[in-house]
Every structure is written in structure tokens, then in C-alpha cells.
Design a protein around this ligand. Structure first.
Ligand code: DGJ
Length: 744
């Protein structure tokens, strides 16, 4: 479909001759904005790195697209900003006052200060930051009320981006708890596509604030221009993709805080910096933007992003609420024998008055449940250390149960409307604390602080959150400021997390929200890792991890080996396949190790030892996706990581569906050095099995990438005419991990 661009006459009306072009460039991308004092800044170009003269010469300059369209002048067009002034006026005309440039390390920032013509006490600063070492651009808008009266921000998005393609393919994620990160790839149809959430505290429950757009009708893994975006915000978000003939930029993206029920009253002399929107650009397909985002996240956004992560056992799936001393002691000693590095006590250990035996009670009462741990938590910590491991513990500090001492003392600390019965969460009595209340902020901080003060040797905390913001009313905020709640709640959470981090910079904290329902770049500066999903069925998990890995790096994705039988899918999956799936991210276990049979135990020991060998590449390497679980007859999945120097790689191959006479796939590797030779080693083969035939072979990078490898064992693992009594329900599963090392 072709679009009609503006005629030259109209361009002359929109642009005065001497507007200056500002280029915001990364190594491989350029965004051009032209701006002139007294006029609205205009987008001119976004795409691969280019000089203004080339863009102009090729006729690729965008005509007539405001960089930050506000409701007021061209009210027929999509707008990123809608402001109600103190006198009720809701139309603004934002024009340039000045441009400032700054540089800090690898980041150059251009800021455009805009001012409203009718109410000059409203200023909006647009910030654009470019990295010199990766293809990342960050944007946000800052609203400044210099007036003496409050104003109301009704739409205050962070960023607008022109996409110069009228034929985009969109990748986005959806899901729910235990079924997170389903990958959807679809043509961006004409009209307006909106992806947004109002789940509040579980902001990523059904959708994720991340997307990719393949340009010119394609979203290849390796070879097409792709733009990716992700919002750095722990609260509700809203994305709009405009694909209409009205757009001067062909396709227009805008995104930021969800304005739904969130009119934000900005007090006199106050400002609000909207969250940053991060964009990655690559001509190397979706693999290219994934690698760019991963590298950037590890280096600049994720706390301790380049530090190695431990192999841990978490007690939840093993014993659930049955966290007795006996159960925990058994798990600790058995896991240490398998080579474990950390033990984490999950839910169930607390509740002095109301012991936590299910989801109905105790949240808020962070003292020991003596009925389960008569000697307290100290002996458990000591035993963990005696077994050479680190210790971690579960909390859900933003919550309270109605059946708790905390609620008995402070029934006004919860989010609810004063005049009607609230909606309750898990167990029928869970409620979200009102973080806008400073006393509640102190309480949440003290949950962590008390544990660490009493037990300074606690190394890790699992911070859970099992409830959406059902009741978006605050008993603390005045009536007139109720619609500030979503933003103020998120800012309060950030304040608490900053306070915790100031005192406990090295504490490892895992973010969990009924699994991965909070996965967002906004949490990364405070949490080293996130629990990807409660779904530990390895087949299901392949899809969940595959989806999450589009945007989130492997070292922050906790992946645990559960028991053979998944209670959520009722599927049986053998131990090697389970380990091989979990080993593609941050490996852990989630079971009672004593329930493993001797051969499974032997295998677990081997797999953990081998994971420690491949861990530096898995946790820090560049990800290349080779076969998607969504493609073809859905029998295979494959992906690999390579070291930065490309001298080492780890390849994962999974068969998850057997067909009679099926052909094993040809797997073309990526990201290696064509002229180097690599030795292939199979990682953690079956205990009784033989290594695959290509184990030990030395092959050139050129061959591995251009012609690929074939692993016949992936298709020939079952015999014909096996008696029914010998048929296992696990015949589909087969997996191979290969380590490649350059032979110098
Ligand atoms: C939900 C989490 O996702 C689980 O891993 C576990 O921690 C439970 N909560 C505990 O209640």
C-alpha cells in the first residue's frame, strides 16, 4: 500500500526555512528532529545511521510529523499529550524555547524545552539520549508546572517514534500467570493497535510493555530492519501503534503511562518526569535487536547485570506451605550433595499468631510460625551455611491478609474504597497495601530491614506479589487526588526500593509476581533476577522462556527444574529434558531432591556440575535463535549463546514432538567466526547413554554456520514394535546441549 505524502506547499507552511536539524545517532541508527525557536519540533527521519544530506537526497525526510503532538493545534491527529489547565482550557500549543546538549560517558542527550503559548507556565522537556556503544535511544518527557495553581495531565506519554514503513510486522507478548510471554507475530493492520494494561501491581500480567516492529513486511530472525521498544515503568502502560493514511511518518508509535483513570494533578511548582522508553534498532533482524537489548540491559539497566548467578533450590514446589524444620533440613542437605549453591525458603515460614498454612492468612506478620519452625530460622540458615551454600528467604511485603495482626492494627493501610466492600485477592482475604501512605512505606522497608538486621547473613530475598490492583482507591490520598494513585503508587514503590538498595546494595533480590507477571525493565535497577513463571513443565517453559528472551536477558530469568509430573499441565517430562530447558537461563531446582530416584539424582549432579561450566556463556553470551518452537511442525526448538570473543558457544536443541520417520533438522549455527575451528562437546549426556555422534568433532565456523549440524540421535531414539507395557509417556522428549570451543 502506498501513502500520499504532503505536497510541497504544505511543507513550506509547516517548516520555516531555517529550522535546524538535530541528529540523535547511535553506531547504526539515526533519529533526526528539526527544530526552530517558537515552533514545534518535527520528526524528519528514523532509521539506519545516515547523514542529513543523504536522507534528504533520498527523499526520506518525513514531512509534517510533530515530535510530541499535543492536543490543541491539529486536534484531528493522534496526540501524546493532553493537559487541562487550571482555568479549564485543554488545548495547548507547545513550541520550542531552547535546545540543550549534554554528554555523560557513552550517553549523549539532547533536550528540547517546549513551552505552551497560551499558558506559558507549562513547560515540557523532551529528552533524547543516544548511546555511543550500542544502538539504543532513550526518550522521555518531563512536565513542569511553573504556575501557582495545579494543572491536570490527562495524557502524558513518554515517547513518540516515527516508523518509516507502511508495512510493519508487530511482535508482542501476552499471557497470564503460568502461561506467560506467548509470542505473537502479526502484520500491523490498518487502524490503531493499542496494547495497554491496568493491572497495576502486576503490570505485565496479560501484556508486556515491550514490542518489536519489523519493517517492510518482514520480521526475520537475522536479516531485516527491526525497531524494538520497551518501557521502563513498574506501573500501568499504554502503547499506540497508528497505521492510518493520516500519518506523515507512515507508522507512528507512542507510548508511556496508561492515562486510563489516571488524570494526574500536578501541583504548583511541581514536575513529573515520565518513564523512559528505550528503543533498539538493528538491520540484523529480531536477533539483532534482542542482542542489543540484552547487552544494554546487562551493562546499564539490570542490577549486577554482569555478575554470575548461583544455582539454587527453592522450597515452593517441593513442600509448598509445609516449611517445617524437618522438610527444610532434608532439602538443604540433599541439595548440597547435588552441588547446589543456595537454598531459598519460600512461602509458609511466618505468622506468629496466625501460622501461614495457606493463602488465607498471615501476610503482613513477618515473624516466625513457631508451629513449623520451633527453633526459628537461625538453625536453617546455619545448616545451609554448614553445607557450603548461601541462604535466601521469601516475602510478599506489599501485601496483607485480612486475617493478620497487621490488618488488625492498621485496617486503613490497604487500598480500598471507604464506602464499599473491596475485591479480595488470593485466599479470599489478600489486599494490597497503600504504598502512597508514608507509614506503609516505612513498614515495607522494615520487612526487609528487620530480616537483614536480625540475620545479616541472608544473601537473597524472593520478593513476591500475588495480586493485581483490584481496588484502585486510596484511603490516604484526598478524594481530589484519587486519580493520582496509579502513578503515585508506582513512584512510592520506587522510593521504597531505592531506600532498600541504599542500605542493602549487594543483597540479591528476585522479583516474583505469581511468576513473571511483573517482568519489566523498570524493576531491573532494583532486582537482579525475576521468576519467569510458576509453570515448570519443561515443554511449556520452552515457549515461556523463548518469549521472555526476546527482550529480557537470560541471566535475569530464573528457570527451575520441577518434578517430572507437572501439576499444571499433567504432563510427564524426564529429568534430562527438564534440566536442559532450565539450563538456558539461570538454573535452579524446585522439588524435594529426596524424591529423585538414584539415576535421576546422578543426572541432577552431573547437570549442575556441567551448568557451572557453561554458565559464563549462558548468562553473559549473545543469544542467537535457531529454530522457533512456533515454527514448522513444532517438533524442535533450538537456540545458542556465543561469547563476546566468539571463541565459545553453547547450543541447545530440543525435540518435543515425535513423528514417525521424522527427519532431524539441519541446524545452521550463528554468531561464530567463519574462519575458526571449533571442537564440539556434548554437555551432560544421559547417565547411561552414549554421547551424540558429533561429540568430539572439530568443525569450521563456516561449515557450522553455512551448512549447519545434524544430530541423528534427535530422530532415531525409539524402536519400532515395542510392547505396550514398555512404552513410556515421555517418548517425545529428547534434548542435546553442545559446547563449542575454538581450537587455536
Ligand atoms: C507465587 C510464586 O510465583 C511461587 O513461586 C511461590 O512463591 C508462591 N507465590 C508462594 O505463595
Amino acid at each position: 500500500m502506498k501513502r500520499f505524502l504532503l505536497s510541497l506547499g504544505v511543507i513550506a507552511l509547516v517548516f520555516s526555512a531555517n529550522a535546524k536539524d538535530y541528529a540523535i545517532s547511535t553506531p547504526n541508527s539515526t533519529l533526526i528532529i528539526s527544530a526552530k525557536e517558537g515552533e514545534a519540533p518535527m520528526f524528519r527521519y528514523y532509521g539506519s545511521r545516515a547523514e542529513v544530506s543523504d536522507v534528504r537526497g533520498a527523499g526520506r525526510m518525513i514531512n509534517g510529523q510533530e515530535a510530541y503532538p499535543a492536543f490543541g493545534t491539529r486536534c484531528d491527529r493522534p496526540y501524546a499529550s493532553l493537559v487541562k489547565q487550571h482555568d479549564g482550557d485543554n488545548a495547548v500549543k507547545l513550541v520550542l524555547e531552547k535546545v540543550t546538549e549534554s554528554k555523560e560517558g557513552t550517553v549523549s542527550t539532547l533536550s528540547f524545552l517546549l513551552r505552551d503559548v497560551a499558558h506559558p507556565t507549562l513547560a515540557v522537556k523532551l529528552n533524547y539520549s543516544a548511546y555511543s556503544d550500542c544502538d539504543i535511544v532513550k526518550m522521555n518527557a518531563e512536565y513542569i508546572n511553573e504556575g501557582k495553581k495545579p494543572i491536570v495531565l490527562q495524557k502524558y506519554l513518554s515517547a513518540v517514534l516515527p516508523i518509516q514503513s507502511d508495512n510493519c510486522v508487530l511482535l508482542h507478548l501476552d499471557g497470564t500467570s503460568k502461561n506467560e510471554f506467548n509470542e505473537h507475530i502479526e502484520p500491523l493492520s490498518n487502524g490503531v493497535k493499542i496494547i495497554s494494561t491496568q493491572s497495576g501491581s502486576q503490570v505485565s500480567k496479560h501484556v508486556n510493555a515491550s514490542f518489536m516492529l519489523g519493517l517492510d513486511g518482514r520480521l526475520d530472525e537475522t536479516n531485516c530492519p527491526v525497531v524494538a521498544g520497551t518501557l521502563v515503568w513498574m506501573g500501568n502502560f499504554h502503547f499506540e501503534f497508528h497505521n492510518t493514511l493520516q500519518n506523515r511518518a507512515r507508522t507512528l508509535f507512542m507510548g508511556g503511562i496508561n492515562p486510563a483513570a489516571s488524570d494526574y494533578t500536578l501541583a504548583a511548582k511541581q514536575s513529573l518526569a515520565t518513564p523512559e522508553m528505550v528503543f533498539a534498532y538493528s538491520t540484523e533482524g529480531k536477533g539483532g535487536v534482542t542482542r542489543t537489548l540484552h547487552r544494554w540491559a546487562r551493562k546499564y539497566q539490570l542490577l549486577d547485570g554482569t555478575k554470575q548467578r548461583e544455582v539454587l533450590l527453592n522450597s515452593w514446589e517441593g513442600v509448598h506451605f509445609d516449611t517445617t524444620e524437618e522438610n527444610l533440613n532434608g532439602m538443604i542437605t540433599d541439595f548440597a550433595k547435588l552441588g547446589g549453591e543456595m537454598f531459598v525458603v519460600d512461602d509458609g515460614w511466618f505468622g506468629p499468631k496466625y501460622p501461614r498454612n495457606n493463602g488465607v492468612s498471615s501476610l503482613g506478620d513477618w515473624g516466625i510460625a513457631k508451629s513449623k519452625l520451633p527453633n526459628g530460622i537461625r538453625p536453617i540458615i546455619d545448616l545451609t551455611h554448614k553445607n557450603g551454600m548461601k541462604f535466601g528467604i521469601w516475602i510478599e511485603p506489599e501485601m496483607v491478609n485480612v486475617k493478620s495482626e497487621l490488618y488488625e492494627k492498621h485496617p486503613d493501610w490497604v487500598l480500598r474504597h471507604p464506602d464499599f466492600e473491596p475485591s479480595y485477592g488470593r485466599g479470599g482475604g489478600q489486599m494490597l497495601l497503600d504504598l502512597t501512605n508514608p507509614k506503609v512505606q516505612d513498614h515495607v522497608f522494615s520487612v526487609v530491614d528487620n530480616i537483614l538486621t536480625e540475620n545479616p547473613d541472608v544473601y537473597y530475598i524472593k520478593w513476591d506479589n500475588n495480586m493485581e490492583m483490584f481496588n484502585a482507591s486510596s484511603l490516604y490520598l484526598p478524594k481530589a487526588l484519587q486519580s493520582n494513585l496509579q502513578v503515585d503508587f508506582t513512584l512510592a514503590l520506587e522510593k521504597i526500593l531505592k531506600r532498600i538498595r541504599a542500605k542493602y546494595p549487594d543483597l540479591i533480590i528476585q522479583l516474583c509476581a505469581s511468576g513473571g507477571t511483573r517482568m519489566n525493565y523498570g524493576f531491573m535497577p532494583y532486582f537482579q533476577e525475576m521468576w519467569t513463571s510458576d509453570q515448570t513443565d519443561a515443554y511449556h517453559r520452552i515457549h515461556i522462556q523463548w518469549g521472555a528472551l526476546n527482550f529480557f536477558p537470560s541471566n535475569m530469568l530464573a528457570a527451575h527444574v520441577g518434578s517430572a509430573y507437572s501439576k499444571y499441565t499433567q504432563r510427564l517430562v524426564p529429568i534430562k529434558f527438564r534440566f536442559d530447558v532450565a539450563s538456558m537461563c539461570r538454573l535452579g531446582m524446585e522439588m524435594v531432591p529426596a524424591k529423585l530416584n538414584p539415576s535421576e539424582r546422578e543426572y541432577a549432579k552431573r547437570a549442575i556440575a556441567e551448568y557451572k561450566v557453561i554458565r559464563p556463556i549462558v548468562q553473559q553470551g549473545d543469544l542467537y535463535r535457531l529454530i522457533s518452537p512456533y515454527d514448522g511442525d513444532k517438533s524442535f526448538t533450538s537456540l545458542m549463546y556465543t561469547s563476546e570473543a566468539k571463541d565459545k558457544a553453547v547450543v541447545f536443541v530440543y525435540r518435543h514432538l515425535v513423528w514417525r520417520e521424522m527427519a532431524e533438522p539441519i541446524i545452521r549455527l550463528q554468531g561464530l567466526k567463519a574462519d575458526a575451528k571449533y571442537r564440539i562437546r556434548e554437555v551432560a549426556p544421559e547417565v547411561e547413554g552414549k554421547p551424540v555422534r558429533i561429540n568430539g568433532k572439530v568443525v569450521s565456523g563456516k561449515m557450522l554456520m553455512e551448512e549447519g549440524i545434524v544430530i541423528p540421535e534427535l530422530s532415531k531414539s525409539f524402536k519400532s514394535n515395542v510392547p505396550l507395557s514398555e512404552i513410556r509417556p515421555t517418548n517425545d522428549w529428547k534434548s542435546v546441549i553442545l559446547e563449542l570451543t575454538e581450537v587455536k
